[in-house]
Design a protein around this ligand. Sequence first.
Ligand SMILES: Nc1ncnc2c1ncn2[C@@H]1O[C@H](COP(=O)(O)OP(=O)(O)O)[C@@H](O)[C@H]1O
Ligand SMILES: [Mg+2]
Length: 308
Amino acid sequence: MQVVASGYNGMRISRGNNAVLGRTNRDGGRSNDVTNRDQEGWTNQDATQDLQERNEELVLANERLVVDQRELLRQQRLVVLGKLVATIAHKIGTPLTAISGHLQLLLEDPQLSSEVNQRIQIIFRQTHRLNTVMQDLLNFVRTPTLELEPVSIPQCLEQALQLFLPIFDKQSILLHTDYQASLPLACADFLQLQDAVNNLIDNAIDAMPHGGQLRVSAWPQDRQDSLVREPGICIEIHDTGIGIPSDCLESIFQAFFTTKNIGEGTGLGLAIASEIVQQHQGKLSVESAEGQGTTFFLWLPVWSEKTS
Ligand SMILES: Nc1ncnc2c1ncn2[C@@H]1O[C@H](COP(=O)(O)OP(=O)(O)O)[C@@H](O)[C@H]1O
Ligand SMILES: [Mg+2]
C-alpha cells in the first residue's frame, strides 16, 4: 500500500509544485490576486482547482487500493478454502467410490429378493449423489492438466454409461446408443472427457425423475472456422426430461447456478463440463424445450499425429 501511495504522491508533489510556483509573484511574496498569472499563465484559481482535482484523484486511487486489497485477501482465502475442500472431498470421495462399487456388485446378485434389491438401489442412488457432489467440488477447485491421447469415443461413452446402469433401471430410463462405425479417434483426455460426459448424464437423469429416454450418439462432424475446416466428432446427449426454461438457458453454464434443492445440486456440473471441453479446444452447446427435453452437443477435434 505504501509503495503505491508514495508513488502516487511523488507524482502529485512534482506537479503540485508547479502549481505552488504559479501562485508566487516575482518578488517571492504570496499573492491573493486570483488574476495574477505566472509564466505559464496559471492563476490562483487554476492552481486551487488543480489541487482539488488531484485530491479527488488521490481519494479515488485510495478507494481502488482498498478494493484491490480486499480482493487479494479474498483470493488468498479462496486458495486456502480450495485446498481444504480438495482434501475433504478426496477423503470422503474415496470411501464413497468403494461403497458404490460394492453396492453395484451386490445388485448383480440374482438371489436378492426384489425388496432388498429396491433398497440397495436407493442406497446406490444416494451414494452416487454424494459422489457427484464430491467430484464436482474436487474438479472445481483443481486446475486440470490434460493428458491428450487418441481416444475411442464409444469406449469412453460406454465406460461412463456403465456407472449409471443401475440408476437407469431404477428410474425407468430407457437408454439408446448410436455410435457411427466410421468414427475417428478423438484428441482428448479420456478421464476428463468422461467427467464432462458424467455431468451431462447426471443432469439428464435428474431431469427425468419419472422415467424417459436417454439417447447417446456420436458421429463425425467437421467444424468450419472462417476458411479453415477442422475435422471433429460430435457427441449428442438427448433426454426427454423436464427441459430448461428459456430464461435459464444463458445461466446454466455459470458456476453455482442450479435450480435444484439444497443438497441435490451444486451448480458446478456444467461449469466443469464446459471448462473441460474448452480446454480440449472443443465446444459445448445446448438446445432445450421446456416440458419436452434437452440435447447437449459436445464437439471435439479428432486426433492427428500433428497434435501428439
Ligand atoms: N438435461 C437437463 N435437463 C434439464 N435441466 C438441466 C439439464 N442439464 C442442466 N440443467 C439445468 O442446469 C442447471 C445447472 O446444471 P449443473 O451445472 O449440472 O448443476 P446442478 O446439476 O448441480 O444443478 C441445473 O440445475 C438445471 O436447472
Ligand atoms: Mg449437474
